[in-house]
Design a binder for this molecule. Structure first.
Ligand SMILES: *[C@@H]1O[C@H](CO)[C@@H](O)[C@H](O)[C@H]1NC(C)=O
Length: 312
């Protein structure tokens, strides 16, 4: 971090979401209840999958991993965003800002790769059912999870090294409720066009690439199912439509943040809220309330808890 020596900026001020007092109360209640839902919902999924041996299958292992990432992604920004709503002076230290930026991208990058792994898992289960267990064996699952983390870290580090060495000497007001690349890079007192290009090439490419890969795999699955039966099609369609909704909600904001930058609109910071409190809540909602196995497992779990209470 030798570049930090030239900088005079030691802290950043987050401008947050400007709103009237009534609006702040509303935002507070909304974010707070969503974040509580994210924490409880995702921990619940991890707990259910780990404890119930009926759910020890590739799909649920990946789901539990996704829940952990969702929890992590939300926790990088949401708690601060919530406590900042009513504070007048939203200061974040220089290292704090860099660390937040780093972890947002580690979690975000990992989540994208995990979503691909989950789509591949569904593709194998639906299109190659006879080979499912040989293809998605335990080793493959572990590899997917490891590769997801490695890509997440590489993705974050490659952008982090660009920005941490920039000289920050003047303005320090970040026009958002958290630190992220385009918004922080534009504060550097040097020509940052190349940094923006790196961010667009890196975050933009990984998010749009993942998005199209996912959409293509969903189309593949639907086309395959169509050839088999129409009953299967409607079932697959209802499952996949839930996934596709999440994919649009997750990648839509990325598009506005990194690809189609429109700094005058401040649309990006409102859309970012979707990625930090809304989609991390949707995954548990979709997988617990729309999934038969998960519902059965939840019943089994509650029965176990009740009977262990009775016997003690
Ligand atoms: C994440 O995935 C790996 C590989 O399938 C699995 O062994 C591990 O238990 C999963 N983690 C959780 C929390 O379920």
């Amino acid at each position: 971090m030798d570049g930090a020596n030239d900088s005079v900026v030691t802290e950043f001020v987050l401008l947050g979401l400007s709103a009237s007092w009534e609006m702040k109360v509303l935002l507070f209640l909304f974010f707070f209840s969503f974040y509580v839902g994210v924490v409880l919902g995702n921990l619940f999924i991890v707990f259910t999958v780990v404890c119930d041996s009926h759910l020890h299958s590739p799909m649920y292992f990946l789901l539990a991993n996704l829940s952990l990432i969702d929890l992590g992604l939300s926790s990088t920004t949401a708690p601060r965003m919530i406590t900042d709503i009513f504070s007048e002076h939203k200061v974040i230290s220089f290292p704090g800002c860099m660390i937040q930026m780093f972890f947002v991208h580690v979690m975000g990058g990992t989540e994208m790769v995990l979503l691909i792994a989950m789509a591949y898992d569904r593709y194998t289960a639906i299109c190659k059912p006879l080979h499912y267990l040989t293809i998605m064996n335990h080793k493959t699952c572990i590899s997917f999870v490891v590769v997801a983390w490695v890509i997440g870290v590489i993705h974050a580090v490659s952008q982090f090294v660009c920005i941490v060495n920039l000289p920050f000497c003047g303005p320090n007001k970040v026009d958002s409720f958290y630190c992220d690349f385009p918004r922080v890079a534009e504060l550097a007192c040097t020509d940052t066009d190349w940094v923006e290009d790196v961010v667009t090439a890196n975050s933009g490419l990984i998010s749009m690439g993942t998005f199209f890969l996912l959409i293509i795999s969903y189309i593949f699955i639907l086309v395959t199912v169509r050839h088999h039966s129409s009953a299967g099609l409607s079932k697959a369609f209802s499952t996949l439509s839930a996934h596709i909704t999440v994919v649009f909600l997750f990648f839509g904001p990325c598009f506005f943040m990194y690809v189609w930058e429109f700094p005058t609109l401040s649309l990006d910071k409102f859309l970012a809220i979707l990625d930090f409190v809304v989609t991390p809540l949707l995954n548990p909602a979709i997988y617990t309330f729309r999934n038969k196995d998960m519902k059965v497992a939840m019943k089994r779990l509650s029965r176990k808890i009740v009977s262990s209470k009775d016997s003690s």
